[in-house]
Design a protein around this ligand. Structure first.
Ligand code: AMP
Ligand code: MG
Length: 504
């Protein structure tokens, strides 16, 4: 008889979630224990069956009124030991001092199968780290975070996940009056670069070491086997962050607020705010309307991540001992990881069976073409995926139409395509295999701003169907889903001039 295990594999009930709360077992300097402030008369806006399963919850549980109460922050689950964590950080390149979970409550950690998950509510009221703000999140930004977390997971990119969005009619003041919502986020850990900067800045080295030991022992035990476990952890973060940056660049994702308090120590995409996916290509695109200097443009992301890693290295210095070791942990790992992953990603996007030395120049030529002619980044690569290398010259223009039609200057597209075909001939690959590989690397569907906005407008009228449809579509972004063809469209007229800012 092994009933408990088999029922947990199928997915259990809410009341069967068993918390172990490893973060709450750390000394109290790291956080403030407190209960979430729930929402009045909460209602379910959206939930992810995949994430429910991930943490061992039967997806049917989301329909229970108790689910709404629990994930609005109204009803504590047995074993939950809720808290808000402290951290600091550099914002827009400037030291910002203490920040912390100003509107996030960690409900606790739990184990499912071999995995450890922490569950956090975002928007469940004030904490000691709210710094005068209201501790709330609005429906708009909560839907954006929910959909993008799951879209990134669907794309295969490391990210925090989102279980649910619970809404309420509670008014919240931003530029206008909006309504409140709470997102339940799920990740192995929400520890940030800024969590370490906090203790280093206060010269609390024992506390700093305690946090690093927690991360190593819980998530990266292999670092213990090395001569300098802290240098090994830093190198691990550098490698993962490097790969993550390549992942972002390859799908045209722009985070928008890459402050060190929004950088995950596990290399996850963390804190979705004014993010965007590249549409008409512009490497200098600023997706965050509050980023007046353009610090977080698409093209700057890899450089900013490295700058952030140097801030983390500064914080790790007292643990590592030698500045040269701390610097090497970044320099020997970040750049090489980014470059290798970027090369791999670009080779896959272009359908190159192997990456030849001269391909670096071809990748540069491709970005040059995109920058000059500004086709939609996602649709360009998806259309390319479906072309054939071998074409009858007389039929070529017709065959290539799905790609050519994205250009005003079709001759420029033709010239580049001729080079792409010549390059394909150097490392031949049968068409079907190449097309399948390219479709697995070039998503058909991404969370375009206008799609999120359309779903938000419906949700404000309490119609959540569009959020559910987007979730369904974006969880399988590489598959052809003809009924979602409309989601590949360029922004409609009403969406021109849509702006997203830090306001959330
Ligand atoms: P963000 O720009 O969302 O990463 O937030 C930066 C800091 O501001 C974090 O410490 C957040 O917890 C805090 N914060 C942002 N919005 C609010 C809010 N409405 N209430 C309380 N704290 C907030
Ligand atoms: Mg943040």
């Amino acid at each position: 008889m092994n009933a408990p295990e088999s029922s947990s594999r199928l997915g259990g009930r809410l009341e069967q979630l068993v918390f172990d709360n490893s973060f709450a077992a750390l000394p109290e300097v790291f956080y403030t224990r407190l209960k979430p402030h729930g929402l009045p008369e909460p209602y379910l806006v959206a939930a992810s069956a995949d994430v429910a399963r991930l943490i061992g919850l039967d997806p049917g549980e989301v329909q229970r009124p108790e689910f709404c109460e629990v994930f609005a922050g109204n009803r504590p689950l047995a074993g939950s030991d809720s808290l808000a964590a402290v951290y600091s950080g550099h914002q827009f390149g400037v030291w910002a001092g203490q920040l912390g979970d100003g509107r996030a409550h960690l409900l606790g950690g739990l184990r499912h199968g071999n995995e450890h998950w922490e569950i956090q509510l975002k928007g469940a009221g004030r904490t000691p780290y709210s710094r005068g703000a209201d501790g709330r999140a609005v429906l708009r930004s909560s839907i954006r975070e929910f959909l993008c977390s799951e879209a990134m997971a669907g794309l295969g990119i490391p990210t925090t996940r989102a279980l649910s969005v619970i809404g309420a009619d509670l008014p919240v003041r931003r530029e206008t009056i909006e309504t409140a919502a709470v997102v339940a986020r799920v990740a192995p850990s929400f520890v940030r670069f800024g969590s370490f900067e906090h203790w280093a800045s206060r010269e609390r080295i024992d506390t700093l070491r305690h946090l690093a030991d927690y991360v190593i022992d819980t998530f990266r035990p292999e670092c213990r086997e090395t001569s300098n476990p802290y240098a090994a952890l830093l190198a691990d973060v550098a490698r993962r962050t490097g790969t993550l940056m390549a992942d972002w660049m390859a799908v045209g994702f722009m985070h928008g607020v890459m402050n060190t308090d929004n950088m995950s120590i596990l290399g996850l995409t963390l804190d979705y705010g004014p993010f965007g996916f590249m549409e008409a290509f512009d490497a200098g695109h600023i997706c965050n309307h509050s980023d007046t200097q353009g610090r977080y443009t698409y093209r700057n992301q890899p450089h900013v991540a490295q700058w952030n890693l140097y801030r983390l290295a500064d914080a790790f210095l007292p643990l590592i001992g030698k500045p040269t070791l701390a610097q090497a942990a970044i320099d020997d790992h970040y750049g090489p990881a980014f470059e290798a992953a970027f090369e791999r990603r670009m080779a896959a996007k272009l359908g190159l069976r192997e990456f030849l030395p001269e391909d670096e120049a071809f990748v540069g030529e491709t970005f040059g073409l995109l920058q000059q002619h500004r086709p939609d980044f996602t649709n360009f690569f998806r259309a390319l995926s479906n072309l054939t290398v071998a074409v009858d010259p007389e039929k070529m223009a017709k065959m290539d139409a799905p790609l050519r039609d994205q250009f005003v200057d079709r001759a420029a597209c033709d010239a580049w395509l001729a080079n792409w075909r010549a390059r394909q001939a150097q490392t031949p690959w049968d068409e079907a295999s190449r097309q399948a590989a390219m479709c697995a690397a070039n998503p058909k569907y991404v969370l375009r701003n206008w799609l999120a906005e359309a779903a938000i407008r419906k949700a404000r009228e309490k119609d959540y169907g569009e959020v559910a449809r987007l979730l369904d579509c974006l969880s399988r972004p590489y598959e052809e889903q003809p009924h979602y063809e409309a989601y590949t469209a360029l922004p409609p007229d009403w969406a021109n001039g849509l702006e997203v800012s830090c306001s959330s």
